[in-house]
Design a binder for this molecule. Structure first.
Ligand SMILES: Cc1ncc(COP(=O)(O)O)c(C=O)c1O
Length: 379
């Protein structure tokens, strides 16, 4: 059933994931234009959608210069004619065999590393004659995830070591400013502070390395909240690598990155049960259809962790695997308005996680389904 192309968005099986191609194309062209205006290169991240079609739109058709978060994605894009692929995830020795195949096969395949053990493993792993590893040093400029601290001596030491290793081309510095996601409730001041700090810290290390004779060809930051609304100083960087902007989601609306009309995805779901005794109905989208991500924010959002399009009084207040629990924000639920089988569309809290849960995406323009996209899965 899932592989048949339904005629309209009202005919899709539920739950299912819908992609509005007109919004998605607009989001992609805006980011391409934005990067041109700021004089930086765009290396879009594929993790949000993991599809060939989305990759083509994000690269403006070049199929060059992308970031991926898994080796399965790297292989999927390489097999489908993409090149200049950065595996933007901390590399470990145990994954280098798979990476070597990509490095030998592609014109450009880059690794990201953040520690000495990984760098030593790269240095002692041979590639085909004439081939060198290409690496980015991952920095933590305040995000608090992987990456080496931007102001540590170790960051300088690792850069020097990579830049002088015979079998390595040192590309430069990469940071994911995921801390920009903490600027909830449209806190523009906080977002700008994070953008300023990230930019300053990247440039600080770049300059320190320059003084030591090490050039960073690339010096870039990512995250959709940062790159969708950059600050002026970010034009001193060379590269942006956001990913979520292809779809956006309810979380980006909450942060203030975009408005509802820019969100290009939704989950179709149907009413399956009425519980008047609990002033509640059940829809067929549980956490296996929209994910649990954002659940910690549930109590802060009047509508719960997602938004029912066109039904602002509905609140998704709980989920089990296949059940979504829905109550009105105010008053008594009008069950006549929501009969069994009634189709509703949910804007998910986090489109990356939600997309991950669906084997196919129904791609539509207006009401009409045009295509089905098949994402890459696994690791
Ligand atoms: C390493 C890395 N780079 C870039 C991105 C893209 O950021 P965003 O999802 O905010 O667009 C991510 C997202 O998690 C990431 O982990």
């Amino acid at each position: 059933m899932a592989d048949e192309v339904p005629e309209t968005i009202y005919d899709v099986p539920t739950p299912s994931f819908l992609v509005d191609i007109d919004i998605v194309k607009r989001n992609c062209s805006r980011m391409i234009e934005q990067c041109k205006r700021y004089g930086v290169e765009l290396r879009p991240h594929m993790k949000t959608h993991k599809t060939i079609e989305g990759g083509i739109l994000m690269t403006g058709g070049t199929k060059r210069k992308i970031v991926v978060s898994t080796l399965a994605e790297a292989e999927f894009y390489a097999d489908n004619g993409f090149d200049d692929i950065l595996y933007g995830y901390p590399i470990i020795k145990e994954k280098l065999n798979r990476c070597a195949k990509l490095a030998n096969h592609l014109d450009m395949f880059h690794l990201m590393f953040d520690n000495l053990t990984a760098l030593e493993a790269i240095i002692s792993s041979p590639l085909d004659p004439g081939k060198k590893w290409s690496v980015f040093l991952e920095l933590d400029c305040g995000n608090g995830r992987s990456g080496i601290k931007w102001n540590s001596e170790e960051a300088v030491h690792l850069s020097k070591m990579a830049a002088t290793a015979e079998n390595i081309v040192f590309q430069g510095l990469y940071t994911h400013c995921g801390d920009s996601y903490t600027s909830y409730d449209r806190n523009e001041g906080l977002r700008q502070e994070i953008q300023e700090n990230t930019t300053e810290r990247l440039l600080f290390l770049k300059e320190r390395l320059r003084k030591e004779g090490i050039q960073c060809k690339s010096c870039g930051c990512g995250s959709t909240p940062s790159c969708a609304n950059p600050i002026d100083s970010m034009s001193s960087l060379t590269e942006f690598h956001p990913g979520n902007y292809i779809f956006y989601d309810f979380m980006q609306m909450t942060i203030g990155t975009v408005q509802e009309e820019d969100v290009g995805v939704k989950v179709a779901t149907r009413v399956v049960s009425h519980r008047p005794d609990m002033n509640m109905m059940i829809v067929d989208a549980g956490f296996s259809a929209i994910s649990y991500d954002g659940i910690q924010r549930m109590s802060y959002q009047p509508t719960g962790i997602s938004l029912f399009k066109g039904h602002p009084n509905l609140r998704l207040f709980g989920m089990t695997q296949e059940h979504g629990k829905v109550q009105p924000i105010e008053g008594t639920l009008d069950f006549d308005m929501y009969p069994y089988g009634k189709l509703l569309f949910l804007i998910p809290w986090h489109s990356c996680d939600t997309a991950m849960m669906h084997p196919v995406y129904y791609v539509h323009s207006g009401d009409k389904i045009l295509d089905i996209w098949r994402p890459c899965r696994g690791w």
